[in-house]
Design a protein around this ligand. Structure first.
Ligand code: ADP
Ligand code: MG
Length: 695
């Protein structure tokens, strides 16, 4: 029971059947038809073992002049004994009518006394294990169900109409009456299921609403854009391009939030290449113009440096001091940077998670921006929270927070988990981009791909070759932790054994490709290199001095080299779908036609196949995210550390959007009218004991 997570009465009450068996009815032998699932009661007339054509146990039942043959191809001597002639039995199974008359093969049989009553409800079949027999579990659950604390907390007026009470719902789910619709029970549309799912969704909505209320109660500096030609206007005027309509809309939403006295909590989502950085820069300009500092954090050093260069290029000419903080910057250089941050001389601080380390003190932090937010681990997100609460001006003002991601969150997911998060979406790409052509090849066609690279380089373009993630647990999603150079997931927990294999493979590929492409410059980039070396390889590639870059997934996030027109991903089936989409987004950034070649090793598993198909089918980041969610499930998708961390146990985001909407409407009413019930409901489902939700 421990192993199945069944510790308390509540655990047992929430351990729902996989399916049901109908033992509430008896069918007379005369009414048995071919193919019918039926239960019969009759007396054994004959029981013997036959040796031909193969060894089997044949039991002949008789009732009111009719007969039924039970046939067992595997049996124990004890069964033969238990089914001695004259024994009254109930047998349940599928009827076959053949040459020898009616029969059941391997029915469930048990002896009964004459006139013993039939069960009144369907018989539950639970997820069980070899050590935990069904019959034992049934008894344990039936009695736990009587004891469990399932009293109603929610006022009936706020519940969707015609749903049973929680206790009734669970009673029905464990012991449905014979007339219950098995279809509705199995597709979870039955009112009893609806009630359970509503409970769960409501708890989540309440928790989100509480978080929002708490945030609304906190104070942030109102970053009002200065009148006239402020910094933001000057930055816009200096840009070499016009903002897209989507960028303008997102920018305006952020600007309005920054002007309020409550801390902003906004996620800016936009597909790879949609131009989020400039929107972030404009937000930073607004904060700086209002006399506050801004911190921008990226998950890897390479990405942070790229942001740093871009922002220096954009903002320093306008008189903004920009500081640079990463883990690799130590000693005197670091001390100097820290001093500039503490004095407020650096208005903008760019870096990795080093930006939120304890020894970093801001003079007046007004805005924090987190790029590729989903790449930060849970610990770092918590650290950021603490930092934000402790920074600001020391006078109780909390900085605004802007998060950015290229992995868009499907709407239902956003509503469930991020109700306490405003969303801005950039849903168009800057003009002049040609879509990337995607090809999927078996890796036996490597030579063709190398020839293609040769052509591409001959035309003065550049290419990437991304090496596989070698993961011992064969779980492609772990890919994200592989190159954690700047403390993305997995930092400090030791390197995974796969990583040195990754490195060996990358080095080998680098040597092969260098040999296959004489006269071309090939570079190698991987997570084990010193940051300075990484930066210089990257700089060479950006400057066009390296033509081909062989890399592990370090290049995944955000790197921007418009002249690169070919992306090859080896063992693409091992990468997560969102990650593949990100990688593909590295090309097609300039005006040249670009291609992405996904190499796979046969045979392809189901997941691998689904991923590659999705990559061929669509370029739309939202669609990719939706499929990724489908393939991985919300737990993985949200980066929960263990895949067992199911975020929703009963409700299904894809199917229950109507219930989710109702829960969303109900949450504020409950909080307003019955705050105490709201608190108890959250406690029951998500509280410290998390009685109803388990990891
Ligand atoms: P992402 O959203 O993936 O972070 P970036 O901010 O790196 O995208 O932008 C991708 C590229 O597009 C950059 O080179 C950027 O300068 C350019 N860009 C951004 N906005 C526009 C625009 N409105 N018109 C043209 N190019 C733009
Ligand atoms: Mg970016």
């Amino acid at each position: 029971m421990e192993r199945l997570g069944l510790r308390s009465d509540t655990d047992l009450a929430l351990h729902l059947p996989l399916r049901y068996e109908d033992e509430t009815r008896l069918t007379p032998l005369s009414q048995l038809r071919d193919g019918l699932e039926a239960q019969v009661e009759a007396v054994v007339a004959d029981c013997r073992v036959e040796a031909r054509p193969r060894r089997q146990l044949l039991v002949r039942l008789r009732d009111q002049g009719e007969e039924l043959l039970l046939r067992f191809l595997h049996f124990y001597p004890s069964q033969q004994k238990a089914l001695a002639p004259g024994t009254r039995v109930r047998a349940r199974g599928e009827v076959r009518v053949g040459f020898f008359g009616r029969e059941m093969v391997h029915p469930v049989v048990k002896p009964v006394a004459e006139g013993s009553p039939l069960p009144q409800t369907l018989t539950p079949v639970y997820p069980a294990s070899a050590q935990l027999p069904q019959a034992y579990l049934r008894k344990a659950i039936a009695s736990a169900l009587q004891r469990a604390a399932l009293h109603e907390i929610l006022p009936p007026a706020l519940l969707p109409p015609r749903l049973p009470s929680l206790r009734e719902a669970l009673q029905v789910l464990h012991h449905p009456p014979p007339q219950a619709s098995l279809a509705a029970l199995s597709d979870h549309s039955h009112p009893a299921w609806q009630r359970l799912k509503f409970e769960e969704l409501l708890a989540q909505q309440l928790a989100q609403a509480q978080a929002r209320q708490e945030r609304e109660a906190r104070q942030a500096p109102a970053l009002r854009a200065a009148a006239g030609a402020g910094l933001q206007q000057r930055l816009r005027a200096a840009l070499p391009f016009a903002l897209t309509a989507a960028q303008q809309r997102a920018g305006a939403e952020i600007a309005a939030d920054l002007g309020r006295e409550q801390p902003m909590h906004r996620l800016l989502q936009g597909d790879v290449g949609s131009g989020k950085t400039v929107v972030a820069a404009l937000a930073a300009a607004q904060a700086i113009d209002a006399g506050w500092q801004c911190a921008l954090m990226a998950p890897t050093e390479i990405l942070a440096e790229q942001h740093f260069r871009k922002l220096v290029h954009w903002l320093e000419p306008l008189g903004v001091g920009v500081a640079w903080l990463t883990g690799s910057r130590k000693g005197k250089a670091r001390a100097q940077m820290l001093a500039r941050v503490a004095s407020g001389e650096a208005a903008l601080v760019v870096g990795t998670h080093a930006v939120i380390q304890d020894d970093v003190h801001f003079a007046r932090l007004g805005l924090a921006i987190v790029d590729e937010q989903h790449r930060f681990g849970v610990q770092q997100r918590l650290a950021l929270r603490r930092k934000l609460v402790s920074q600001g001006d020391g006078g109780g003002l909390e900085p605004h927070l802007l998060m950015m991601t290229a992995t868009p969150i499907p709407r239902t997911l956003a509503m469930t988990y991020f109700a306490d998060l405003e969303l801005s979406t950039i849903d168009e790409l800057p003009p002049g981009r040609t879509p990337v052509l995607t090809k999927v090849f078996a890796d036996t066609r490597r030579a063709e791909v190398v020839a293609r690279i040769r052509d591409e380089l001959a035309q003065g373009r550049q290419a990437y070759w991304v090496c596989p993630v070698i993961d011992d647990s064969a779980k492609g999603v772990a890919a994200q932790a592989q190159d954690g150079d700047a403390g993305v997931k997995g930092r400090g927990s030791g390197r995974s054994p796969g990583e040195s294999l990754d490195l060996r493979h990358a080095t080998q590929t680098f040597e092969e490709l260098s040999a296959a492409l004489p006269g071309r410059t090939v570079g190698l980039l991987h997570g084990r290199m010193k940051p300075a070396d990484k930066a210089s390889v990257m700089a060479e590639f950006v400057a066009g001095r390296l033509q081909l870059l062989v890399a592990t997934t370090v290049i995944e996030v955000g790197v921007d080299v418009p002249n690169a027109s070919l992306m090859v991903v080896e063992h693409a089936e091992r990468f997560g779908l969102s990650q593949l989409h990100q990688l593909r987004g590295r090309v097609g950034r300039g005006s040249a036609a670009s291609a992405c070649v996904l190499l796979y090793a046969s045979p392809l598993g189901e997941t691998g196949k689904a991923r590659l198909k999705a990559m061929l089918d669509t370029h739309d980041g939202f669609e990719i995210a939706r499929r990724d969610l489908e393939i991985r499930g919300p737990g993985e998708f949200m980066g929960a550390r263990q895949s067992g961390d199911a975020l929703l146990r009963f409700a299904d985001l894809a199917e229950d959007s109507a219930l989710l909407q109702q829960a969303r409407r109900t949450a504020p009413l409950l909080l307003q009218q019955h705050p105490d019930a709201a608190r108890r409901h959250v406690q029951r489902w998500l509280g410290a004991g998390a009685e109803f939700m388990k990891a």
